[in-house]
Design a protein around this ligand. Structure first.
Ligand code: FES
Ligand code: FES
Length: 204
């Protein structure tokens, strides 16, 4: 069965036709092309697929796309400002060197954003708890925690943390992980039609 799903994603109204059994992760990546949301374990354990849903971080691999109906979604692509500048949390990740392979980074940043949106000055325990659903195999978490603490201490938006003095190729590469295909949705109302899912006999 195909459903028509209306929701808001990164400030844009979205209308998508999708199979009722499609995961929100697949809708976001495959139908909207927002591939900054990653798939790791696919079973709710790693947090790579984290999105913000109505202000709370959730694992999109465990969510049916139909559950997005009428909801407000933020993905990593939505954090980039219209002028191309990074969100203060993303800047802080750069400043602290909190990115290595980058696979966990979009989910980490979104978990941190959801925390700071509801608790602007969290303590260490609150930060650690907010990250408890996000696994990083590279950094050892110390730099990620420091980055979030740096973002907490950062000036209010509009007077963001200064960019690194030497914005060499490595920084550009890391920024790619932080932005991740930040193609804005071109229209205010996108209509995407998913192909019908074939049944076991191969019939649509
Ligand atoms: S891919 Fe969703 S929690 Fe790992
Ligand atoms: S930077 Fe590689 S998994 Fe976190």
């Amino acid at each position: 069965m195909v459903m028509l799903i209306d929701f808001e994603c990164n400030g844009k109204a979205i209308q998508v036709e999708a199979p009722a059994t499609m995961r929100a992760l697949d809708l976001i990546r495959d139908l909207l092309g927002l591939t900054g949301t990653k798939e790791g374990c696919g079973r709710g354990e790693c947090g790579a697929c984290t999105i913000i849903l109505d202000g709370l971080p959730v694992n999109s691999c465990l969510l049916y796309a139909a559950r997005l109906q009428g909801r407000v979604v933020e993905t990593i692509e939505g954090l980039q400002a219209a002028d191309g500048s990074l969100h203060p949390i993303q800047e802080a990740f750069l400043e602290e060197g909190a990115v290595q392979c980058g696979y966990c980074t979009p989910g980490m940043v979104l978990s941190a954003k959801a925390l700071l949106d509801r608790t602007p000055e969290p303590g260490l325990e609150e930060i650690e708890e907010a990250l408890s659903g996000n696994i990083c195999r590279c950094t050892g978490y110390g730099k990620i925690v420091k980055a979030i603490q740096r973002a907490v201490a950062a000036p209010a938006p509009g007077s963001q943390i200064a960019s690194p003095q030497d914005a060499g190729s490595k920084d550009v590469c890391i920024k790619d992980f932080l932005i991740q295909n930040a193609e804005p949705v071109a229209t205010s109302k996108l209509v995407v039609t998913a192909k019908p899912v074939a049944d076991k006999e191969g019939q649509p």
